[in-house]
Design a protein around this ligand. Structure first.
Ligand code: PLP
Length: 380
């Protein structure tokens, strides 16, 4: 049987071997980091080493790192905890920002390449002087498009707003430092960079008064109650250190694979729409629409061929819905309903790209593809 090919790194990246090894060792430790005895002190040391690695990874002090149970919690903590009732968010944010934002949050449009409209941000801030929180992601999970976060932060700060950045997808794929972005709050998630699922962090700037979401003990400097997930935090620290060390070389290799994949897909299907191709993008993400078959059908056919890709984040709870990201970029319902996302990473190879192009090329050239689209289109 042929080897299975994983091309869904933006959903979750395979755990790095060094991370799994360090987590295995950490799981064998017994000790609550809050306990004063030697067991507790050792667990505390492991947590603080990981905090230092995560802090160094994004260029902040360790005391600015608040460990959470993932990117979703970090985003919720930022939006609910920053104490600003008025929220301004981009139209292409992840659901964990869109749904954590206040019900009357103001939505910033994006252009056809998926880049946020900064003049709309400036207009909104100028029109209404209420203290605001602006939330703009660094890289989009569906298209990989990078946002002008530093410019947005400058505009927002000039009007006294706080700025949050969801950097969950960017971390480990493009280098950045929190100070250069100029943001007050920044979210990270371990499993997107080869760490464990269910672990992340919110980076909190000085002078940001953050109210906790979870109340209880005084862990994380009273910003996130609950006994720390020591093994996961250890894994996050190792993943952050590896991503910092290997990221640039991995990024360059992955960009070559992604570009070859897109060129091959376009050769098989010249009318292909590649989302965000004219904008700065993550090196690992390809999101494109060929309207011959619905996304779900393509994803299932590729899965049968042993290749794992995704239909964007449109199917997060088993229900298919049109991608709000692609629709915000002006995609038609048919385009949004037939887009697939291929995302690569540290273990991707040339052979993976060949397997994808072979399987997807066969799908595209299937004589029944257009007919299947018409039948499926009536039930999407
Ligand atoms: N933000 C973005 C941009 C994401 O892509 C994701 C996950 O897909 C999240 C936040 C949520 O992170 P987590 O899965 O750690 O809750």
């Amino acid at each position: 049987m042929e080897r299975a090919v994983y091309m869904d790194y933006n959903a979750t990246a395979p755990i790095r071997p060094a991370v799994a090894a360090a987590m295995g060792r950490a799981l064998e430790l017994c000790g609550n980091p809050s306990s004063v005895h030697r067991f507790g002190r050792l667990a505390r040391r492991r947590v603080e080493e990981a905090r230092e690695a995560v802090a160094a990874f994004v260029g902040v002090r360790p005391d600015q790192v608040v460990f959470t149970a993932g990117g979703t919690e970090a985003n919720n903590l930022a939006l609910a905890g920053a104490g600003r009732d008025r929220h301004i968010v981009s139209a292409v944010e992840h659901d964990s920002v869109l749904r954590a934002a206040s019900p009357d949050a103001e939505i910033l449009p994006v252009d056809a390449n998926g880049v946020v409209d900064l003049s709309a941000l400036a207009d909104r801030l100028a029109r209404d002087p209420r203290p605001s929180l602006v939330s703009i992601m660094l890289a989009n999970n569906e298209t990989g498009v990078l946002q002008p976060v530093a410019e947005a932060a400058e505009i927002a700060h000039a009007r006294g707003a706080l700025v949050h950045c969801d950097a969950v997808q960017a971390a480990g794929k493009v280098p950045f430092e929190v100070a250069a972005l100029g943001v007050d709050l920044l979210s990270l998630s371990a499993h997107k960079l080869g760490g464990p699922q269910g672990c992340g962090a919110l980076i909190v700037g000085d002078n940001v008064p953050l109210a906790p979401l979870l109340r209880g003990g005084g862990q994380e400097r009273s910003r996130r109650a609950g006994t720390e997930n020591v093994a996961a935090i250890v894994g996050f620290g190792v993943a952050a250190a590896e991503a910092a060390r290997e990221g640039p070389a991995e990024g360059a290799a992955v960009a070559r694979l992604r570009d070859r994949l897109e060129a091959g897909a376009r050769a098989a299907c010249p009318e292909l729409r590649i989302f965000g191709i004219a904008a700065p993008r993550l090196p690992n993400t390809a999101c494109f629409a060929w309207t011959g078959l619905p996304s779900e059908t393509q994803v299932m056919a590729l899965d049968l061929a042993g290749i794992a890709v995704s239909a964007g984040s449109a199917c997060s709870s088993g229900k298919v819905r049109a991608s709000h990201v692609l629709r915000a970029m002006g995609a038609t319902a048919e385009e949004a309903g037939s887009a697939i996302r291929v995302s690569l990473g540290w273990a991707s190879t040339e052979a993976d790209v060949d397997r994808f192009l072979d399987a997807w090329g066969r799908l595209v050239s299937r004589p029944s593809a257009g007919a299947a689209r018409r039948v499926a289109g009536s039930i999407v």
